[in-house]
Structure formats: structure tokens, C-alpha cells
Design a protein around this ligand. Structure first.
Ligand SMILES: C=C(O[C@@H]1C=C(C(=O)O)C=C[C@H]1O)C(=O)O
Length: 182
């Protein structure tokens, strides 16, 4: 099962302006580029880490495993918009997502959406609990005390290889950017 029930939050419960972002099936990076100036990817960490408990279940990982992990901030003019956390197991790194480790400051989406053989699961979204590890990481990454953080999640497939991508929309994400009318 891709997502626990918690992630099947009705879209109608999300802030209306966030709904098209949560349900965007194309590249989130491309959508951000279309709406915000000077988008950059700030890599926070890339390496092998323990997956979060709910991720172990989704990717059917052995509990003691370490997975290739990438965490980035997608920023517009240095303003953080999205905290992204992506994981794949060691075997799948070699089997289908060998470019994962070398994407650097290029958005992962540029690699994923360029390969017509890569498929995507359905999207799921939720309002993150302050107890979720990604809540804490997103808050720490921006030093904020957001009251609520919404996130979305999906799995990319390359053959049998799986890459789990979770994106946390940071709280001031909804503020109009300087070049947008108030
Ligand atoms: C999957 C995409 O790539 C984006 C960029 C990421 C990265 O560079 O690590 C991770 C998730 C996405 O926010 C996308 O553009 O949809």
C-alpha cells in the first residue's frame, strides 16, 4: 500500500491556493519556475541514512537498512519554497536511478521527467504532524515555526526500481512573490 490512510487527506481540506500544487502531476520544479523567478536547488544533504518508519513500509525495506537520501530546498531568489526529501534503496540506485547521486544542484525532476520509461504512482498529500520527522527537518531547514505544513508524496518507478519523493510546501510559499501583484 503506497500510503497510510493519513496521507489520503481530501484535497478539499487543503488551502485552496495550495490544491493545484499538491495535485500537480507534472514536474513541480517546472511549475515553480513558471510561477517564481530565479528558482534554485540548494542541496542540504545527500548520502545514506535510515528511512523514516512510514517510508520503510512504503518501499518494503528491511527495517535496519540505510537508503540513498537526498534533501534539498527549492528556492526563489533565496526564499525557500519547498523542502524535498527523496529516497531509494541501494539496489535500486544501481538498477534504475543511477543518476540520483550525481544530480547535484540540478533538480531531480529534470532527470525523472526526461526519461519516458519512468512512471509515477498516484499522488497523496496530508497536513504534516509536528511529530513527523519531515516536519522537523523542514522547519530546521528554514528556521521557521510554521503553524501548518502540507506535504505531498509519490513513488517514481524505473522498471522494478522505486524512488520515493516527498515535498513539503513551506509556509510562506503562498505569499505572492515580489513580482506578483498583491
Ligand atoms: C521530482 C521533481 O524534482 C524536484 C526536485 C528535487 C531535487 O532536486 O531533489 C526533488 C523533488 C522535486 O521537488 C519535480 O520537479 O517534480
Amino acid at each position: 500500500m503506497l500510503h497510510t490512510a493519513f496521507w489520503h487527506t481530501p484535497l478539499a481540506l487543503a488551502p485552496w491556493s495550495l490544491r493545484p500544487w499538491l495535485s500537480e502531476r507534472g514536474s513541480l520544479t517546472q511549475r515553480l519556475i513558471a510561477h517564481f523567478p530565479q528558482l534554485t536547488v540548494r542541496v542540504l544533504q545527500q548520502g545514506f541514512r535510515r528511512p523514516h518508519p512510514d517510508e520503510t513500509q512504503i518501499l518494503q525495506l528491511p527495517s535496519a537498512s540505510h537508503v540513498a537520501t537526498r534533501e534539498v530546498l527549492l528556492c526563489s531568489q533565496e526564499r525557500p519554497l519547498v523542502f524535498a526529501h527523496s529516497i531509494t534503496c541501494r539496489q535500486h540506485l544501481q538498477a534504475g536511478f543511477h543518476l540520483f547521486e550525481r544530480s547535484g544542484s540540478r533538480p531531480l525532476g529534470a532527470l525523472l521527467f526526461a526519461d519516458p520509461c519512468i512512471r509515477r504512482s498516484t499522488l497523496a498529500w496530508c497536513k504534516l504532524s509536528p511529530r513527523h520527522p519531515l516536519w522537523q527537518k523542514a522547519q530546521a531547514a528554514v528556521g521557521g515555526q510554521a503553524a501548518t505544513l502540507w506535504a505531498r508524496r509519490s513513488v517514481f518507478y524505473s522498471g522494478a526500481a522505486q524512488l520515493l519523493v516527498t515535498e513539503v510546501f513551506l509556509s510562506d510559499f503562498l505569499l505572492p512573490s515580489p513580482c506578483e501583484p498583491i
